[in-house]
Design a binder for this molecule. Structure first.
Ligand code: GLN
Length: 458
């Protein structure tokens, strides 16, 4: 907590810090341990977690990074948050994000700009930038984020921490503010694979409050992280790894490419077979993602209409149109408005076939090409982003450049697959160098395999 208080003025990971409440909860846990013994508290007793502010937390502000939800305090916890709390974890605050998860830098927050702990002139990535920077600056032990098109993996890469995007449906979305419901997943950050695995076992699993959550078995992922004796054996003998060819070409920083190639040869030395694999539909994923995500967003965000009974914010207005218009004009930021307009356009009767329907067809192609590749390879790897963290302000006025930076991650959401990002190298920049993340992609529900492989890089 003292580190959080010391670093927060420069990093600004949190929209809301609950340090005093966290201290009281910790004291209460200590008392229970003293009187009833360690078994009286959960396995995560006292572990400080940061929670992305688009996940609902009972009696704590939950803004989604949007001014339109300023002052909103949900009556309930998101399922992932509830499960962490039931295991004894302490929510130390709500982390900053691009408004409703729409962005890749966290500069799109309605509240504040978060800085990258490796270099405070740079962005932490986004949209879960606050959750990544909080773990990177060791302000909390682990954190929750959400990943619709890369929002856990890209900031993990920029901030040099571990980030996991689970299989679609692996973690309940109940209490997650919807951006694009067919792509959204709750993910997590840790400073190690061990911590990330520990958290996943707690938050994963079926939830009757989310009909899209899966009842597929949840493993004790941490106990499955067999310690590998790297020096004496070839622990990856027989494993087939495919490097996605399309992710090592034009537009990717050379330092990023060489870090990924170094990581691949490390995996080869440990006994795996590493080959380049082409996913021909890879570059189609980006435009398809932006059509589908924005279409779904335009529908999902219609709930923020300014009606006071819903989220407690009301402007004075003489009729309903003025109420809707006034609330949304004042409460929503520029990027969000632009996306609602584009999504509405793509869904409109005259353009539906040309945009939304075609994007859905592309989504099927992307899914199939991943499925085929994952029949030939156990794991696919790529960079998590085409560059390391860039400067604050560098892409803020160029949305297309920002969208282009999502090329490495969006396909995975279209296909619903799990992916893990682990730090694997550095490029020049800042005073110490800037971290680069390796993305590992697996078949549905192969989180255990991904974590075991990621563990090698610790
Ligand atoms: N940067 C992507 C977007 O803006 C992904 C965001 C996310 O995963 N929430 O849509």
């Amino acid at each position: 907590l003292s580190r959080l208080r010391r670093t927060e003025p420069s990093v600004r990971s949190f929209i809301h810090v609950a340090d005093a409440a966290a201290e009281r909860e910790a004291e209460e846990l200590d008392r229970r341990i003293a009187t009833e013994g360690q078994d009286a508290v959960g396995p995560l007793a006292g572990v400080l977690v940061g929670v992305k502010d688009n996940l609902c937390t009972a009696n704590m502000p939950s803004t989604g990074g949007s001014r339109i939800l300023d002052g909103y305090r949900p009556a309930y916890d998101a399922t992932a948050v509830r499960r962490l709390r039931e295991a004894g974890a302490i929510v130390v605050g709500k982390t900053n994000l691009d408004e409703f998860g729409m962005g890749s830098t966290t500069e799109g927050s309605g509240f504040q700009v978060t800085t990258n702990p490796w270099d405070d002139s740079r962005v932490p990535g986004g949209s879960s930038g606050g959750s990544a920077s909080a773990v990177s600056a060791r302000q909390c032990v682990v954190s929750l984020g959400s990943d619709t098109g890369g929002s856990v993996r890209q900031p993990a890469s920029f901030c040099g921490v571990v980030g996991l995007k689970p299989t679609y449906g692996r973690v309940s979305r109940f209490g997650l503010m919807a951006y694009a419901s067919s792509l959204d997943v709750v993910g997590c950050f840790g400073s190690s694979v061990v911590d990330t695995a520990t958290i996943l076992s707690v938050i994963a699993g079926h939830d009757k409050m989310d009909s899209t959550s899966s009842s597929h078995d949840v493993s004790d992922y941490k106990s499955e992280l067999v310690p590998l004796d790297l020096l004496e054996s070839k622990p990856l003998n027989g494993m087939r790894i495919g490097i996605i060819q399309e992710t090592l070409g034009e537009g990717v920083e050379t330092g990023v490419i060489s870090s990924i190639k170094d990581a691949a040869s490390h995996l080869e030395q440990l006994g795996s077979v590493v080959e380049e694999v082409s996913l021909p539909s890879f570059s189609l994923g980006l435009p398809a993602y932006y059509i589908l995500a924005l279409s779904e967003a335009s529908s999902n965000l219609s709930r923020y209409d300014g009606i006071v009974y819903r989220y407690g914010r009301q402007v004075s207005a003489s009729d309903l149109n003025e109420l809707y218009g006034g609330s949304r004009a004042n409460g929503l930021g520029h990027e969000v408005k632009m996306r609602i307009l584009m999504g509405t356009y793509a869904l409109s009767a005259g353009y539906y076939d040309a945009y939304y329907k075609r994007a859905q067809q592309v989504r099927t192609l992307v899914k199939e090409s991943f499925k085929e590749a994952l029949e030939r390879y156990d794991i696919l790897v790529s960079p998590a982003a085409p560059s390391a963290a860039y400067k604050i302000g560098e892409k803020i006025n160029d949305p297309l450049a920002m969208y282009a930076g999502d090329i490495m991650t969006v396909n995975v959401n279209l296909a619903g697959l799990p992916a893990l990002v682990v730090p694997c190298g550095f490029v020049e920049g800042g005073s110490t160098g800037l971290p680069v993340g390796l993305q590992m992609i697996g078949s549905p529900f192969s989180e255990g395999n991904l974590l075991r492989l990621g563990h090698i890089f610790e």
